[in-house]
Design a protein around this ligand. Sequence first.
Ligand SMILES: CC(C)(COP(=O)(O)OP(=O)(O)OC[C@H]1O[C@@H](n2cnc3c(N)ncnc32)[C@H](O)[C@@H]1OP(=O)(O)O)[C@@H](O)C(=O)NCCC(=O)NCCS
Length: 156
Amino acid sequence: MNATAVTSAHWALSPVGFWHVAQVWRLERTCFGLEDAYDPFTLLGLLGNGRYVRVQARQSNRMIGFVAGEVETRRDTAWIVTLCVDPQSTRQGIGSGLLAEAEQQLAKRVSRVQLTVRKSNHSAIRLYERNQYKWASTLAKYYRNGEDGLVMEKQL
Ligand SMILES: CC(C)(COP(=O)(O)OP(=O)(O)OC[C@H]1O[C@@H](n2cnc3c(N)ncnc32)[C@H](O)[C@@H]1OP(=O)(O)O)[C@@H](O)C(=O)NCCC(=O)NCCS
């Protein structure tokens, strides 16, 4: 990805390496809380593994958004494993921009993308619907606190 491929006056998308692990973890905790955030060891694995595409949004040298998608070649499918935008920077198109860039990279390797979202996460569900994701199935009690997960998918 060209480091300035997608940008606005205030933020820009760029690749992510394992050296960004502390910034990704900070953002994950801010967006999801400790219960749902990936731990640093899982993040390190994700940041150093070629099965994943990873994109960040930066503003004034600070990471304000992150997305990662895992490629499952055998299923011709990718999973968006995390998408998060700093609460102070939401509703500026950053989440949609991150998703679009990840999809563009994933489309070179698979033809479908899926994700799981909490049933109560209306803002994320709205974002995915606006980006042509459709409900595919419901995973009962998928999350640690017993909440159902909605599987949504999109053909690339
Ligand atoms: C969900 C999240 C990624 C959205 O990021 P974002 O940068 O605000 O997304 P966008 O600005 O691209 O929003 C796109 C559309 O999604 C919908 N949307 C986003 N946030 C919303 C909110 N709080 N309430 C209602 N709709 C919302 C809107 O339709 C929005 O378009 P609009 O602003 O033109 O109305 C961000 O709020 C976040 O990180 N939340 C916590 C982590 C999370 O839940 N991640 C998803 C896990 S599956």
